[in-house]
Design a protein. Sequence first.
Length: 123
Amino acid sequence: MTVKAYTELIAWQKSIDLVTDIYGITRQFPKEEVYGLTSQMRRAAVSVPSNIAEGQGRLSTGEFRQFLGQARGSLAEVETQLHIAEKLSYVSREEADRVLSSCDEVGRILNGLLAALTRNAGH
């Protein structure tokens, strides 16, 4: 697997789309949530492509895998926060399901990338 830039990674590209979705839906959250759930969701979403990029820029496969693991953790945060937002009626079930589907896709891609890195590392 030869990747010259993190921007070539489908996981990074799809997670950037996820950030855009999260920013879009959090715009409609109540103003009192600006320092609460809105901020939490945005930070967690931004963390996903940021960790992918930082990991790809590291010197070793082990470090890359560690950062991909952090990206997966941030993705789980986003999913949890989406469920909370739906329970609080800040987002419709349909919109939550649409964004959760994107989260699932990013998660599958991250898992595939992790598996490929593990295979290539000879573990």
